[in-house]
Design a binder for this molecule. Structure first.
Ligand code: GLU
Length: 505
């Protein structure tokens, strides 16, 4: 068993946008697969046609492309174990349903929805199981010829799993340890419906994990209640020896209060819960995405990696390679992880700061274009280098640095009141003249010269520098003044000083 090749899968149902919790599940599967030199499969579990949403599969694929999580095989990736879309595997499932029927591990049930409804009304907490199946309309209670006759006549039926009561079912979970549940509390789950010829999630999931040689099932905690049933199914098929190991990941919790993170929390508190913007084809609603909100995919993945796992020390910013090395399923927590959205912003900031200026300049370029700004790449790179420490998102770069590209046309009133002194116009004109005479405009030389000039004239240093800044920026903020003049260049610096003097006199 220990030599078994690691093969894991991410198996979403295409029922809408991919939730951020699903992204975390896929990420953990990916980290685990890469760490063990294994394979990651992308399977689409679309056997519930009622819940199918057009566009969802494409959306999920595009999300992982953006995030940079590659799959080794599966829908759109190919592989030897396909097809990987469950709706295309009908015949395969039918074969395994028949196998269970022939082994007496499953049976056919004809009960109509109305009959089931009537039972529920009659018996409190009705459950289709060993205590009730004898009073229902199925192949265990009807004569064989009658069953055959009804099937031949085309009566709709379902196939139910025949669960033997009174047995402790043990689930070994890498994260939760041993989970024991008595089979008497389980109901005879529907495995197959003749109406559409499709299996239910449980059967398709187990058959596929078996046929696709899945070694580890790493999935969200919401699937833990299904695990005992899955163990029983493996056993019914006689596949105990190749049953995958289970690891049920902790829930993502609301940033505030208790309970599971929902889309409504995102709407209420103003953060995305989907990787990409999602246009709901049914309601027309548009939900925000991490990509469109200005997140770097590496930042999103790093943030998610730490929701439910940690490397055992304080290290927070980790590259994908480091995550692959350090990730450990045994170190995942059992208890839910609070979705600390502010931390997500912090990660984005850290990744922006670590992103090279050329890449950032490239990301800012479209915004510059939108605003009619044309500037040499070298200048844009210098600007982002100066300003990146100040932002959490690329799109904020424009706001904080537009003064580099567009000269002020107005001057912030408050700053003018405070910083523009009586002597400022004369001092600024003299400064402009002085700068004009400088043959070397490098920041260090300029600074040294301007400081000496201020000292020589016995000007008030703060007053001069504050007024100088106001002329260049239009307000009292911005980076080191000689970094600004360095980007603007001599001509533009002097022009801005003179223009401000005219405007403010
Ligand atoms: N189709 C299930 C989902 O949508 C997969 C659960 C599992 O991984 O077994 O999450």
């Amino acid at each position: 068993m220990s030599e078994r090749k690691v093969r894991v899968r991410f198996a979403p149902s295409p029922t809408g946008a991919l939730h951020i919790g699903g992204v975390r599940t896929a990420l953990y599967n990916y980290l685990f697969a890469r760490q063990h030199g294994g394979e990651l499969i992308f399977r689409i579990e679309d056997t519930d046609s009622n819940r199918f949403v057009p566009g969802a599969e494409e959306y999920i694929l595009e999300s992982f492309k953006w995030l940079g999580i590659p799959f080794d095989e599966g829908v759109s990736f190919g592989g030897e174990y396909g097809p990987y879309r469950q709706s295309e595997r009908k015949e395969i499932y039918k074969e395994y349903v028949d196998l269970l029927l022939s082994k007496g591990k499953a049976y056919i049930a004809f009960d109509t929805p109305e009959e089931l409804e009537a039972k529920r009304a009659e018996i409190a907490n009705f459950q289709y199981d060993a205590t009730t199946r004898d009073s229902m309309c199925n192949s265990l209670t009807l004569p064989a010829e009658e069953v055959k006759r009804r099937m031949d006549a085309g009566d709709t039926y379902v196939v139910r799993f025949k669960i033997e009561p009174g047995e402790d079912v043990h689930v070994q979970d890498i994260i939760r340890g041993e989970v024991v549940i008595n089979s008497s509390i389980l109901d005879d789950k529907v495995l197959y419906k003749s109406a559409d010829g499709l299996p239910t999630y449980h059967l398709a999931n187990i058959v596929d994990d078996h046929l696709m040689l899945v070694s580890h099932v790493i999935r969200g905690e919401e699937w833990l209640p299904s695990a005992p049933l899955h163990v029983l199914l493996y056993r019914a098929f006689g596949w105990e020896d190749t049953m995958p190991a289970f690891a049920h990941l902790p829930l993502l919790l609301k940033p505030d209060g208790n309970g599971k993170l929902s889309k409504r929390d995102g709407d209420r508190l103003g953060f995305p819960v989907f990787p990409l913007e999602w246009h709901d084809p049914k309601t027309g609603d548009v939900s925000s995405g991490y990509r469109e909100s200005g997140y770097l995919p590496e930042a999103v993945l790093n943030f998610l990696a730490l929701l439910g796992w940690n490397p055992g020390n304080d290290q927070e910013v980790m590259s994908m390679d480091e995550l692959v090395q350090l990730f450990n399923l045994h170190r995942c927590s059992k208890s839910g992880a609070k979705f600390d959205y502010e931390k997500g912003k912090w990660f984005n900031h850290e990744y922006i700061v670590r992103t090279d200026n050329t890449t950032l300049a490239g990301l800012l370029l479209p915004t510059l274009k939108e605003n009619g700004v044309e500037a040499p790449m070298a200048t844009i790179e210098k600007v982002v280098g100066l300003m990146k420490e100040r932002v959490n998102f690329v799109k904020e770069l424009w706001e904080v640095s537009k003064f580099f590209f567009v000269a002020p046309t107005a001057y912030d009133e408050k700053t003018v009141k405070k910083r523009w002194k009586e002597e400022s116009p004369a001092q600024m004109l003299a400064l402009a003249d002085f700068l004009e005479g400088l043959t070397d405009f490098s920041p260090a030389y300029q600074e040294e010269q301007v400081m000496a000039w201020i000292a020589q004239h016995e000007y008030h240093m703060g007053n001069v520098m504050n007024a100088f800044r106001l002329t260049l920026v239009g307000e009292g903020k911005g980076p080191h003044i000689f970094d600004i003049t360095d980007v603007l260049g001599k001509e533009e610096t002097i022009a801005r000083i003179r223009r401000a003097v005219t405007a403010l006199s």
